[in-house]
Ligand binder design. Sequence first.
Ligand code: HEC
Length: 138
Amino acid sequence: MKSHIVIITSLFMLPISFSMADSKTVENLIQSYIAKGAASPSIEQGKQLWQKTFTGKGEFPERSCVSCHTDDLTALGKHVKTNKTIKPMAPSANPERLTSSRKVEKWFKRNCKWTLGRECTAQEKANILLYINNPIRF
Ligand code: HEC
């Protein structure tokens, strides 16, 4: 049963995700990642990467996107270093999210470097972007 769901969702992932992307920014960014070699983005893989823990140095040996943004994308986050509140990531909870390609790219770069110790690949960005855009579907 589970494998059926995976096959069905991966078959229809692209059209569904595009029709659900209410923001042109999300659609344009995903097209640009595909142009850089990414395959059809996967919300499930985006979620896994969002929650995955990476090893860091110094004061923060365990790092993940969840460290600052929490695993509920519709909830308020908290910056691990500054303790400042971070507004929810999901556009459904915060309509300002994913409306500027420049902002998304800037923070992907900075946050992937801090969390993973390297920049995210086009595939990883496509997966995460789709997950942030549609967190409730899985
Ligand atoms: C050390 C804290 C921290 C971690 C860890 C972190 N972020 Fe962020 N992130 C921020 C802050 C601060 C902002 C900018 C403030 C804001 O927009 O509310 C931000 C903003 C973003 C944005 C901008 C979204 C938009 O349209 O406004 C994206 C995308 C993002 N982060 C993705 C990630 C991803 C992916 C990871 C994990 C690889 C991650 N973040 C890990 C602190 C963090």
